[in-house]
Design a protein around this ligand. Sequence first.
Ligand code: KIV
Ligand code: ZN
Length: 552
Amino acid sequence: MRLGLFLCLRCCPVLSPILETVMSETPTDETTSPPQPQPRAIRIFDTTLRDGEQSPGASMNLAEKLEVASALAEMGVDVIEAGFPIASPGDFESVRQIAATVRGATICGLARCNEKDIDRAWEALKVAPSSRIHVFLATSAIHRQFKLRMTTDEIVARAIAGVQRAASYCDDVEFSPEDACRTEHDFLCRVVEAAIDAGATTINVPDTVGYATPGEVYDRFAMLMNRVPNIDKAILSTHCHDDLGMAVANSLAAVSAGAGQIECTINGIGERAGNAALEEVVMAMKTRQDFYHLTTNIDSTRLVPVSRLVSKTTGINVQRNKAIVGRNAFAHESGIHQDGMLKERSTYEIMSPEEVGFSKTDLVLGKHSGRAALADRAKQLGFTLSGEQLQEVFDRFKELADKKKEIYDGDIMALVQQQISGTVTTQWSLIDYEVTSARNKTPEVRLTLKHGGQEFTEQVSQGDGPIDAAFWAVEKITGIELVCKDFRVRSATLGRDAIGEVNLEVEHRGKTYRGIGVSTDSVESTILAMLNAINRIMAGQSDASEEDLPQP
Ligand code: KIV
Ligand code: ZN
């Protein structure tokens, strides 16, 4: 059956290079193997700031989004999906500011297939030197019948109108038939052909619910390449969700069948089980170039720093055994493996830790280290600090160095993260606190906070322990009630004097917010994490005036 497809593709000048790639994967006798084809370039479309931010509790503030977007551009990402501008004024503003400041990548904004969404997306994107409008509309029978209540003709007409409107603003238009991997082949071909005729330059074929298998994805992309008559006028893209743990395999199947773009996120974060992990698709194509014959623009040595940055800014930890960027990804525990590694690294290592950006040392800074050393270390760890940010982190670094002799990478990451997450809205800040607690006694907290230049003090005698009492005191002063959903304390480094990092997830009026606080004192870390969450709530409240849209 495949042979029939190959014979047909062979005739097409656009597809024949892809065919070469696919055919060269067939095992051949080593002595007679033909010369390897030139690797084909795959565009990396990062959607950490849009689909990734849809992970529950992963919302980032403006400063964090700008930081992540700059790091993505610096790493070599081709397209950054910066957000969904109609979703809220906050989303609009972050897309606009990323479009205005981040250089080196195309900045993309998402829009449903209607005039209001598309106009709003363009409003946010138009300042960028290179921008893309991404329009989506569901096409599968299940979405047509239950979600949209539209006929196939209506869907095609809406897709054409949406793409045409986006194309009237911008040369670079992406169209996504949502739930494409569960859409009937004939109808998918019809919509894709119509969208290309209307001006779409990229056609994204999402596996919205993470249902497809690699074989099915390969066949679907090969089918589109073979059956859609104007397919040579657009780039095919893949966007896979990880509900069955197959997002990376499915993305690689799509590019093997001819797709030219992979949509993915750092650490694989995203709606439900997440998206294909950028670091995994990139390293698979790089490490197995002999098999895939594909290449990307990504500087792989930035993968670990950017992974850390995203983990810190979203509060979503990377599992230890996560491929490529997990702490254990290059740790060899077994004696047999260690022995092999000492004799010859390649016995048990297919990539080097340096290639993906793990540094050789956990460099120690101390009291006498200067601003330049701190900035350099922060950069190595994934954070590029502006002059003002650097000064603030440096001040806190000096305070810490007075308490702690040696400052490790973990401490620096915690300090920098605290600075970035508090940058946009520091409405409430901590002035002082005093706690008394003893076994079988009600704890007491005296807390002073500052807001709008005024100080407020409360004395609270309530709760199960000093942390609970601190919660009560913060709520009493700010008047904001929080339901604690998750509370994690972790030491940023080893040692008794290590910084304690509190990661908090709270619910307020049905929405989830995150807060982070770091200090060598765990009660202080808790208060700081609560204030960080409250400041995010207050920033969110000022966003609440516009319609609160369901996310795609
Ligand atoms: O998963 C999906 O279908 C999406 C689209 C908006 C591309 O995220
Ligand atoms: Zn998605």
